[in-house]
Design a protein around this ligand. Structure first.
Ligand code: XMP
Length: 327
């Protein structure tokens, strides 16, 4: 049997009991693999790395060294949630790295989307490697690889590397406790491990984060407009019961201004574009039919609460021809 093939005998984890059994089995397997060594993990706060972290905390406690890098492109409240859940509630050995200035300085003036992605990816590896080199006695690197990652890289659809590209002196042995799980199973295990619903049922969020939603060269003020408008959209979707029902929803702020009027004065401000799509595997997407009253409420809140914005638009373009993200 290939090391990267899900055993055919493995039952789909669809109940809390099966999730508990999986956790028990993995805790034993992790302990057998790593013994009393320390394990490093890049904890983004996404579903896969969070479930992986919670499993490792259950298995080896303080010997897990979880590193959360705040690259300044996270959504409102995300770094705070990672600290609250993992450091305060689960008593994890969590290293929080505030790398906001470092990332934003490197990204200043860069408008090409692929270049932005490359800078974010490389800087992430550099920051993570620096933290890893500060730690002593680390022999293992845990990754929240899941089964679709393995299948997609086998099919050549995408190169799967969670923290690929680490320098050679950081030649760790991998620990990948959820690598045979499908997304729904990862969520079932996360729930059984006591992670909050907001983390377990989170919508997909790209690695480059809000960086690809602040179209063109990122500026701090426009990034703030993306973050604040995204927070309003998520809050209103949650209040309307759409959280967990709509596949992915977010806001985009293009590098474009138009005329408006506020307090009898002419303004020259950005538009916020709302995007809400449904999809199965992100290769195609349809548009969520948001009720007009909800669109109106979100629009009014964004115009009242977000600085530098004078219009709100709804993107009606399916994938294809558009992509889900704007960059
Ligand atoms: P597109 O925009 O290509 O997005 O229709 C499809 C799905 O992939 C996500 N996405 C990314 N995820 N790194 C990621 O980890 C990226 O660079 C990236 N670009 C897009 C997107 O959010 C959607 O779910």
């Amino acid at each position: 049997m290939s090391l990267d093939k899900r055993p055919e005998s493995m039952e789909r984890i669809s109940t809390p009991e099966l999730a508990e059994a999986f956790i028990e089995e993995q805790v034993k397997a992790i302990r057998a693999q790593v013994g009393s060594s320390k394990v490093l993990l890049a904890l983004s706060g996404g579903v896969d790395s969070s479930v992986c972290a919670a499993l490792l905390i259950r298995a080896i406690g303080q010997n897990l060294v979880a590193v959360h890098v705040n690259h300044g492109l996270l959504r409102k409240g995300e770094p705070e949630q990672v600290i609250e859940v993992f450091r305060n509630q689960m008593n994890a050995n969590l290293i929080y790295v505030d790398a906001v200035d470092r990332f934003l300085n490197k990204l200043a003036g860069v408008s090409d989307p692929e270049q932005k992605r490359k800078i974010i990816g490389k800087e992430f590896i550099d920051v993570f490697a620096e933290e890893a080199l500060k730690q002593e006695g680390i022999r293992f690197l845990a990754q929240g690889t899941i089964y679709p990652d393995i299948l997609e890289s086998a099919d050549g659809i995408k190169a799967h590397h969670n923290v690929g590209g680490l320098p050679p002196e950081l030649d760790f042995e991998l620990v990948e406790p959820v690598k045979f799980l499908y997304k729904d199973e990862v969520r079932a295990v996360g729930k059984a491990l006591g992670l909050p619903d907001g983390m377990v049922y989170r919508q997909p969020f790209p690695g480059p984060g809000l960086g690809v939603r602040c179209v063109g060269a990122i500026t701090r003020d426009r990034l703030e407009a993306v973050r604040e408008s995204d927070a309003i959209l998520r809050e209103e979707f949650a209040a309307a019961g759409l959280q967990g029902k709509v596949w992915q929803y977010f806001t985009v702020v293009p590098d474009l201004k138009s005329t408006g009027i506020r307090d009898n004065k002419r303004t020259w401000d950005w538009p916020v574009i709302l995007r809400a799509v449904n999809s199965v595997d992100a290769t195609s997407a349809t548009i969520e039919e948001i009720p007009y009253a909800l669109l109106g409420k979100i629009t009014n809140r964004i115009l009242a609460e977000v600085k530098g914005v004078n219009r709100v638009l709804y993107d009606l373009s399916p994938k294809p021809v558009a992509t889900i993200e704007w960059e």
